[in-house]
Ligand binder design. Structure first.
Ligand SMILES: [Zn+2]
Length: 505
């Protein structure tokens, strides 16, 4: 639009010609105008934000139309930062600035003394630079050690001495993040972690355009759209946010975790790194594996052993699916199988990607993070299995185990090894038909289905499994040791497993 304009004189002419399409306006007006254009055109607003279409996004639109500074209140992993970054799409492609100015001054109304001095000497010949929108978004994670100098700025006595200026002159200010966000969007994440003194400083800038730095009054009439994020409990806790600042935040918008498994799966599909072709292999993730991974997060959010206040991020299913896929890749590479098909067993192997994603309550601490994760996986498998095998007759398979049959399968067992054992169990492989599979499906696909069925029966306590991954009859049937395997692994030496897993039963 304006990149052909290179001087202040040309800029002034273009602004006085309506056909140029160039307008001077505040950031809030610019964002509002561009939002209106998108709404009129029926464009997708906030692309990539899934499941907020009817809840968060309408409130967001209202806040922008109202020209509000606003805060997103939500737990971790609810796309708050992503929404804030998405606001960038509502900025103009470029805006004219005084080149080299740290606070991106408007050439027609510069704030800083340096720019004003340049205009006084250069006049209409002053060169104009064009600032792209991605440089107009500043983001800061609030922590208690953030200072006024970081956020607003500091007086630089050396600079002042060199310039021969008084300390209160603006030329002596070393600008902090907020002035550097001038004419753009400034996002502060976890606002309640910001010291009260800094909150006061920010309020003064928003309200009056004045601030004191080291006792010197500084005028900074900044043009910024402020977006904050916070954990809802921290935000509403008394004394965490100074009242006048809270009063200046126009809208409080609550975010949430995906409301449906479909939304959750769509988010994970979008975010997880699954576009891999290990040594040219195809990746085929069964729907039930994707469903179980999401179900783990849904159950974790409702689990009383897990701290509700900090939440369970949507990053949990994302990293879990990535890690489970890697375990499947590892097996496929060693066994030279194609396609790579993750199994339920691979989800258990992905426990290291789960345990860091939740904070435990006291009861959870007693149980231990690994066991809590394992319990969640088992419950998730049980829930998804129940949906798929609700009215399916599995008695024949269970009877086989009741008769004393055992299977010994590891997460490293190849599809051939697994299926060879599974075929000894009358009716087991055939159950895969209820997952839409024919018994001549590719072995890795069929093996994953069989693994799901075994894990499902185990989750429903119809068969049992011990720490050596043997499946056998459920209690109260007499326990048999898995070492008395009816079928043994004879296809080469066993591969290294993901570690010693203590399975409860
Ligand atoms: Zn300037």
């Amino acid at each position: 639009m304006g990149s052909s304009i290179t001087t202040l004189g040309e800029l002034k002419r273009a602004l006085s010609t309506p056909a140029s399409g160039l307008r001077r306006r505040t950031v809030k007006d610019e964002v509002r105008d561009n939002l209106i254009t998108k709404l009129r055109a029926g464009d997708t607003l906030f692309p990539g934000i899934i499941g907020f279409e009817e809840t968060v996004i309408p409130q967001l639109i209202n806040a922008i139309l109202s020209r509000h500074h606003f805060i997103l209140l939500g737990l971790r992993g609810q796309a708050k930062s992503r929404i804030a970054r998405g606001l960038m799409d509502l900025l103009d492609d470029t805006i004219p600035i005084v080149p080299g100015c740290e606070i991106h001054d408007d050439p027609l109304e510069p704030l800083c003394a340096g720019c004003r001095a340049r205009i006084a000497t250069e006049g209409d010949k002053l060169p104009i630079a064009w600032l792209p929108r991605d440089l107009r978004f500043v983001e800061k994670l609030a922590t208690p050690d953030v200072t006024i100098a970081d956020m607003v700025g500091d007086i630089d006595p050396i600079k002042a001495a060199r310039a021969g200026l008084g300390l209160s002159d603006e030329l002596t200010i070393h600008y902090g993040l907020l002035p550097r966000a001038n004419r753009g969007i400034f996002a502060i994440n976890e606002l309640p972690d910001l010291a009260g003194k800094i909150q006061v400083g920010m309020f003064n800038i928003l309200q009056e355009g004045d601030i004191q730095i080291k006792g010197y009054p500084v005028r900074l009439r900044l043009d910024v759209l402020m977006v904050f994020t916070a954990n809802p409990e921290d935000y509403t806790a008394r004394g965490k946010i100074i009242t006048p600042l809270k009063d200046r935040i126009g809208s409080e918008i609550r975010t949430h975790y995906p409301l449906t498994r479909e939304h959750a799966m769509a988010i994970t599909e979008q975010e997880a790194w699954l576009d891999r072709h290990a040594d040219g292999r195809e990746l085929e993730i069964p729907a039930y594996v994707r469903e179980i991974v999401e179900e783990i997060a849904f159950l974790a959010r409702a689990e009383r052993k897990i701290d509700k206040r900090s939440g369970v991020s949507q990053r949990m299913p994302i990293t879990c699916l990535e890690n489970a896929t890697s375990n499947a890749e590892r097996r496929a590479l060693v066994a030279d199988e194609n396609p790579v098909v993750p199994r339920v067993t691979d989800i258990y192997a992905a426990i290291p990607s789960l345990t860091g994603k939740f904070e435990l309550e006291y009861e959870g601490e007693l149980r231990g993070a690994d066991n809590v994760a394992r319990d969640l996986i088992r419950a998730a498998v049980g829930a998804v299995f129940a949906e798929r095998f609700d009215r399916v007759e599995t008695r024949r398979v269970i009877e086989w185990f009741d008769m004393g049959g055992t299977l010994r399968i590891e997460d490293t067992s190849s599809a051939a090894q697994l299926l060879k054992q599974a075929r000894c169990v009358q009716g087991l492989v055939e159950l895969a038909e209820h997952l839409g599979l024919k018994t001549d499906a590719p072995p890795p696909v069929l093996a994953s289905a069989v693994d799901f069925i075994l894990e499902g029966l185990y989750a429903q306590k119809k068969i049992t499994r011990n720490e050596e991954r043997g499946y056998h009859a459920a209690e109260p049937q007499p326990r048999r040791t898995t070492r008395q395997t009816e079928t043994s692994l004879d296809d080469g030496a066993p591969l290294p497993s993901t570690g010693k897993k203590k399975y409860y039963n």
